[in-house]
Design a binder for this molecule. Structure first.
Ligand SMILES: [Fe+2]
Ligand SMILES: [Fe+2]
Length: 195
């Protein structure tokens, strides 16, 4: 049994994904196609009927993954544009948007809704979050910088990438995740004590 199946066929799911994801207008048509295929594939391979059922995290079980993804993409674009305006950073929108929109593409396969909240899937005990998404993106032909950044973006990854997009994703992701944590009365990452 494989972790996921690539799904290029589901037109109703393609329409739903295109209606949900913020920022698809900022990428080239070929990349847009691949981004949509990536999300349709993990959705089709997941237990979820509707996008709205996908959980963001076991720590924030009522926050939706569909909200988190757009939170991160919009924050990341703001940060990247600030860096470009003030520091002269160069933005490759195809790379940046692929990383922001797809960083959590494997989450529909990692978590399961249980009667008492959100739990971890069997797959999440076989491969880490981020790595499964990177495998899918490699299969779909995304460039190495996208594959590597998604593979190593998680907080518990052994290291994070040195590219500009990895830095932007990190702060966009934590800024957005902390809002979800605070909404659920949980301690946000920024308040966690230093080790
Ligand atoms: Fe993540
Ligand atoms: Fe995230």
């Amino acid at each position: 049994m494989s972790a996921y199946v690539i799904d290029r066929t589901s037109n109703s799911r393609r329409d739903a994904v295109e209606g949900w994801l913020w920022g698809l207008d900022l990428v080239s048509p070929a990349v847009r196609e691949k981004i949509v295929t990536a999300w349709v594939s993990t959705w089709s391979s997941s237990p979820y009927q509707h996008l709205s059922e996908m959980p963001f995290s076991p720590q924030a079980p009522t926050y939706r993954l569909e909200w988190h993804v757009n939170d991160v993409t919009r924050t990341g674009v703001d940060l990247a544009r600030r860096a470009a305006a003030d520091w002269g950073a160069e933005i490759d929108y195809d790379v940046l948007m692929s990383i922001l929109i797809l960083h959590d593409v494997d989450k529909p396969l990692m978590y399961t809704r249980e009667a008492d909240g959100v739990g971890y899937s069997q797959l999440s005990r076989e491969l880490p979050h981020g790595v499964v998404g990177a495998m899918l993106l490699k299969e779909l032909g995304f460039p190495h910088s996208v594959v590597a950044t998604v593979a190593t973006h998680a907080g518990n990854a052994p290291f994070h990438g040195t590219n500009f997009e990895a830095y932007v994703l990190h702060y966009g992701d934590y800024f957005a995740a902390d809002r979800a944590m605070m909404l659920e009365g949980k301690r946000p990452f920024y308040q966690k004590p230093a080790k």
